[in-house]
Design a protein around this ligand. Structure first.
Ligand code: ATP
Length: 348
């Protein structure tokens, strides 16, 4: 059982702000993902929770207890890093057992605990091997088993999949999801990969430049991005964003005219997702020329230049056209998002 409260947490080095006023309660057994581009403060936040980084301002409360001044070893949190951090001279069994020795856990229980943890990550056959004799995925599983063996209240994972190849990343991702569900441990997971965030998280925290941009379920964040930063960070491809003018509910920009919108007259940023627009034979809201086409297997991604921006539109997998062809797209007003042209905040 562990609820983690982050109360107005800030980290500064001199005048440089790494994390600013991070305020959130992470529920017991929740899988929370910190997502954002490189340098946005994800790792710093996690290191503060772990006790590896001093806090400039604010409080961290785990299970009702302020832990600001507790040493990492006294926090009952287990960390898994991108670099596995295994001891090269120890075999897999000894690596997994190590945290039990350090914490002076009753030696009579070690063998059973090591075997249970290694079975959970399917490492039973590799217990005698040294890390150098393992693949990247197997090493990462040793690191996971070493975190599991402690039976901590909190898991902190910092990009644990980033050293794995694409296929292994997908299978290890599923394994992490399954483990966190089975073990019922509160988990904070750092990644810059939005697919990882969307597939793993109960809730996602999107960060930029040390500041939380939005907290929500993957669906919330995808369907109702709070601002243009979140809109352009979530989704593959990113949401199309076009600057233009709203007047009497009609948005206009070069090549684009969409009516039936609700919002204040004036300059706005309009957003829509590639998968929500479709090629149109009849009256269309976007008229442009094809810039490029990519076959994705299950669909064709068409890039067009319209409204002074490059826009992506997903078409049927059989759809074919030539670069330069004139094309028309239907972009229904119901699927459009509106953002303030200056602040980027969502307005509709
Ligand atoms: P990445 O995905 O690249 O790991 P991140 O979101 O985890 O990025 P952090 O490692 O939290 O980013 O770093 C946040 C910001 O704080 C960065 O701009 C980084 O350069 C800065 N920073 C980190 N550690 C220090 C330090 N010890 N002294 C000064 N600045 C630091």
């Amino acid at each position: 059982m562990a609820e983690i409260q982050l109360r107005n947490l800030s980290k500064r080095w001199g005048s440089f702000v790494g994390v600013q006023n991070f305020d959130l309660t992470i529920g017991n057994e929740e899988f929370l993902v910190l997502l954002g581009p490189s340098g946005c403060g994800k790792t710093t936040t996690m290191r503060m929770i772990a006790g590896l980084e001093d806090i400039t301002e604010g409080e961290i409360i785990i299970d009702g207890k302020v832990v600001n001044d507790l040493e990492p070893k006294d926090r009952d949190v287990a960390m898994v890093f991108q670099s596995y951090g295994l001891y090269p001279h120890m075999n897999v069994y000894e690596n997994i057992r190590f945290p039990l020795k350090v914490r002076k856990v009753d030696p009579a229980t070690h063998d059973e605990r090591v075997r249970r943890a290694s079975a959970m990550v399917e490492l039973d056959e590799f217990l005698h091997r040294k890390p150098a004799e393992l693949s990247g995925g197997q090493r990462q599983r040793v690191a996971l088993a070493r975190a599991i063996v402690r039976e901590p209240n909190v898991f902190l994972m910092d990009e644990p999949l980033s050293n794995l190849d694409a296929k292994l990343r997908v299978s290890t991702r599923a394994q992490i999801k399954n483990l966190s569900h089975e073990l019922k441990v509160t988990t904070v997971y750092v990644t810059h990969d939005q697919i990882e965030a969307m597939t793993l998280a109960d809730r996602v925290v999107v960060m930029s430049k040390g500041i939380v941009q939005q907290v929500g379920t993957p669906t919330d964040i995808y369907d109702m991005p709070a601002n243009t930063f979140v809109a352009s960070f979530i989704g593959s491809p990113a949401m199309n964003l076009v600057d233009g003018t709203l007047s009497g509910g009609t948005f206009t920009a070069k090549d684009i005219e969409i009516s039936g919108l609700t919002g204040p007259d004036g300059p706005v940023t309009l957003g829509f997702r590639a998968e929500d627009a479709s090629v149109s034979d009849g009256p269309a809201q976007v008229n442009a020329n094809v810039y490029s086409m990519e076959l994705l297997g299950d669909a064709t991604m068409v890039t067009i230049r319209a409204g002074g921006a490059m826009l992506s539109v997903k078409a049927h997998k059989e759809y074919r056209s030539e670069i330069g062809d004139a094309v028309s797209y239907s972009v229904p007003s119901e699927i459009c998002h509106l953002f303030d042209a200056t602040s980027g905040e969502r307005i509709g």
